[in-house]
Design a binder for this molecule. Structure first.
Ligand code: FAD
Length: 286
């Protein structure tokens, strides 16, 4: 769905209650931002996104810039308060292909520059296609890169804090440029590390081999190294696969799973069946 197709006719405000950088100063800036929503009937479920609106200069024809952000909280909200949600936001830049110049991304800068007490204009929530299954015997295979961890934080909080009857296996394959970019699993904010103690949970981390040269995260080889585990899980009809982050991830995964399946035909048939049964969900940021 195009951004222009989202309904933004009922915007509301939210107050920033916390903004914390969760990556080191010498790597890309990513912030964990808590917002108190001022909307009496705001409700969401895990996997949904909110819209953030920033007024645009009149020359552009549109009144607002709209960008979407995955809610990183479970429906219970932050600190037991459903009106307080968190976002995980990377400060983005648009790089001019020809001149190489870096232009600050309007909405991510607006969010990353906001400090406690500042007001943000928002819309939503949106999207109901990326949500954990109800059946607690289902397995979840979650694959994400960078801020693509945000919906998985919501999933993990929901499953391990609200669904204590969960029996299915949960596997998180998660990639980042450096160890400090392993959001929610690094020294500055490790709140997902608490789930390592859960018998059903395992996380597999992938880092870029040469982070300072922008060499992509090698999540494919991390999955390939654990192909038997991932492939066994994929063949179980109780497994739901979730992929979140930048869209090039899906191509890489097709290659990994083609290798695991033996041929492209076998992989395409398995994937088509999962899509048809609603067990393959993707959430791409760009
Ligand atoms: C459903 C959905 C959920 C999203 N959830 C999140 C989220 O939880 N956290 C988040 O930081 N962003 C998220 N995004 C991306 C976000 O909507 C914006 O695109 C991003 O913040 C850039 O907006 P901007 O106005 O700052 O810059 P723009 O000028 O729109 O973009 C600047 C550049 O940043 C690139 N880019 C966009 N998002 C990312 C990213 N996350 N990592 C690396 N490069 C990126 C764009 O491709 C572009 O080249 C989500 C997008 C979608 C569609």
């Amino acid at each position: 769905m195009k951004l222009t197709e989202y309904d933004i006719s009922n915007p509301f405000t939210a107050t920033v209650t916390k903004s914390e950088r969760i990556t080191d100063e010498n790597t890309d800036e990513v912030r964990h931002i808590n917002l108190r929503i001022h909307h009496p009937s705001f409700q969401f479920i895990e996997g949904q996104s909110v819209g953030v609106l920033v007024e645009a200069p009149p020359v552009f024809g549109n009144e607002n810039y709209l960008r979407l952000y995955s809610i990183a909280s479970s429906r219970r909200g932050e600190a037991e308060d459903a009106a307080e949600i968190s976002l995980c936001v990377r400060r983005c830049f648009l790089i001019d292909d020809i001149s190489g110049e870096r232009h600050p991304g309007v909405v991510s800068h607006h969010l990353c520059d906001a400090r406690p007490g500042d007001q943000i204009r928002m819309t939503g929530p949106y999207g109901r296609h990326f949500m954990p299954p109800r059946d607690p015997t289902c397995n979840l295979l979650m694959i994400g890169v960078g801020t693509g961890i945000a919906p998985f934080r919501a999933f993990l909080k929901h499953i391990y804090e609200d669904r204590q009857e969960w029996q299915g296996k949960i596997r998180l394959f998660y990639g980042a440029k450096t160890g400090m970019d392993l959001l929610y699993l690094n020294d500055k904010n490790g709140d997902l590390a608490t789930y390592y103690d859960e018998a059903t949970f395992k996380a597999f981390e992938a880092l870029s081999p040469r982070p300072h040269f922008d060499v992509p995260v090698d999540i494919s080889s991390t999955i390939a190294d654990n192909a038997a585990e991932a492939w066994d899980l994929i063949q179980d009809p109780k497994t739901h696969v979730y992929i979140s982050g930048l869209s090039r991830l899906e191509e890489d995964l097709d290659q990994v799973f083609t290798d695991a399946a033996g041929t492209l035909e076998v992989w395409e048939a398995v994937k088509a069946e999962m899509i048809e049964q609603g067990r393959w969900s993707t959430l791409f940021y760009g």
